[in-house]
Design a protein. Sequence first.
Lengths: 363, 401
Amino acid sequence: MDILLHPAVMAIIKIAVIVLGFVMALGTVLTLMERKWMSAVQDRLGPNRANLGRFTGHGALHMAADGLKSIFKEDTIPKGADMVIFYMAPFFGFISAFVVWAVIPFAMPIGDFKFQITDVNIGVLLVLAMTSLGVYGAVLAGWSSNNKYALLGAARASAQMLSYEIFLGLSLVGLFMVYGTVQVGTLVEAQNTYWFGDVIPKWGIFTQPVAFLLFFAAMLAESKRVPFDAPEGESEIIAGYFMEYSGMRWSAFMLAEYVTVVGIAGLTATLFLGGYNIPWLHADGFHLFGGHLPLPVWLIVLLQIGAFITKIVVLCWFIIITRWTIPKFRFDQTMALGWKKLLPVTLANVAVTALVLLAVDSF
Amino acid sequence: MTESIRRLEELDFGAEPMVIEVGPSHPAMHGITRFRCEVDGEVILSMEADIGYLHRGFEKEAEASTYIQVIPYTDRLNYVSPLINNVGYSIAAEKLFSIEVPRRAEFTRVIMMEISRITDHLTCNGATAMEVGAMSMFLWYVKAREYLWECVEEMTGARLTTNWTRIGGNANDVPDGFLTMLEDRLQKVSDVLDEGEKLVVKNKIFIDRLKNVGILSKERCMAHAFSGPMARAAGIAYDVRRSDPYSVYDELDFEIPLGTVGDCYDRYLVRQAEMRQSMHIIRQAIDMLPPGEFMSYDRRASLPRKHEVYGSIEGLIDHFKIVMDGPKPPPGEAYAAVEGGNGELGFYLVSDGTGRPVKCRVRPPCFNYVAAMEEMTVGHYIADIVPIFGSINMIGGELER
């Protein structure tokens, strides 16, 4: 039994449970849910034809059908493609989409045990560094495909992701100032403190509302979701950087996209929506207006995991519904929005936060 | 063109522009068209339209067919509003034969043409919205189009390949319950239009994508002989229904919506407004629909009634001659234009007195638009090709015949 408690073994088990059991699973389900939610918006039924005999599961079998289909599809490689890079590119996006989950806690720590793969002290900075690696997937895929449309997509992707990287990081500076830490575990615990006599929780969205919007927009742009999906631009440059991919490699891009959506949702929930916290639920039960409802620890942990997953699913739903509601920006408009509007607002947000904190401290 | 030359000289580092082929197999090229674009980064320096991928030889086929046999071919011209083509051709043929069409048939034709105009504009505006990313809009509009196509099916028996008009009238009368069904469907379509407008018309992203994109001024529109919504979006009050009334349009009351700038956004709004006007026209035509025949039964061009065919030798001979030789108009020529979904759709027929036209020429409205694509796109971004091309509503069947 001791070997199981070794930190390395523990970490591997946690990775398996979180990545395979939750992130990958939710990402796969999202491929179906996107189509289902989209069809709900568009007054139609959505996929419902894949079946095993009479069982269709309202389209649930499409997940398996899609996977099988892409495995058995021919893996075409365009003439003149740079083979090594072409083979490698899908994995960059895939890996960076998963690494985010290394630092995200799912429930409060019990003693030494943390419901989190690792709680490194550079926390959020690691996440930022890793998400910015995702750009390599797009750029290398576009470059190695030997296709002009793919090249345009890669150029768009790199310009967009590098620009939005800047205020993605800057939008979080205000948050770091308020909570005084970049360590994710501490950040989440700090969000379980309250204003006005234990009534309003100090969640990121309440302490830094502007930063929340900026961060969310920047994350959408980072992951190339609508309205910032010019790098993929299916109507003008067809699929952009991954237009030459087929079969399982193409699926890797698609799955990476959905995993990134889960990642955005997870990160936003952690940083701005109180992470696993449920309002007024402390380590020993609910506290509100002086009343106290004690709860056993296992129930609290379960409640917290449930709350966290609920927040993630709601955010995923929001991201997906956005895509089917609004049109998308042209590429130059995306850039203009980033540099001319969002960046100044981000800087102003940092300045105002600093001034307010200074004012609060000095009184 | 001058601007594109100037921009070529401004390229940095003596770089060469990249040549990119948009089409023929490209999601934004409705049907199949090819644009050969030279781009500097994302900015289009020059563009060359290459058409003809959908050429089927309609005009040549018409020369080998009798006047009646041409009608089914016209379905395939503008395939989102086939009834307008049917009527347009029939009006030209009726001019050639100098046949009067019964008033009931005329009003029914107006109803069906306006339904087709709505379906045409729904397709165009829906596709434009989809191409700038509002995919849901397209599917809503397709849903609305489906309501109307069911009406078309009720009337003609087919959704697309209608083949509904005849020389001197229509294939059939208004079926039972059609008018109430149509009223109901119009209300539904109107609701979808309102819903769609709520979603995009005031949306900042949508406006950014369409406003000031693909501007063609009033003067340039005239120089390119634009017609239809494209010309009206630029502020030219030209509508064949008003300026050269055919059928019974001079008895109906409707407005011609006009744009101001002539950009994609104006075209979008003009089409939206025209759909509402079309509904207004349909409602009037339903109220004014007179009783009477749906066919003139003119001996020269239409098949006699069945009881005459079976009951009299003259009827039988007429039937035989019209089926075998085709109706024979006097030698001469006729041109008739109708306001198609895209603009002025003209049919020019030349007869030498035999049963087959010597020449059948179509004036497709979108030919001029595609010719002006370069002028509209140079200096814009690659991504702008999509809404511009969407807004001109090129229909391959009509353009390339």
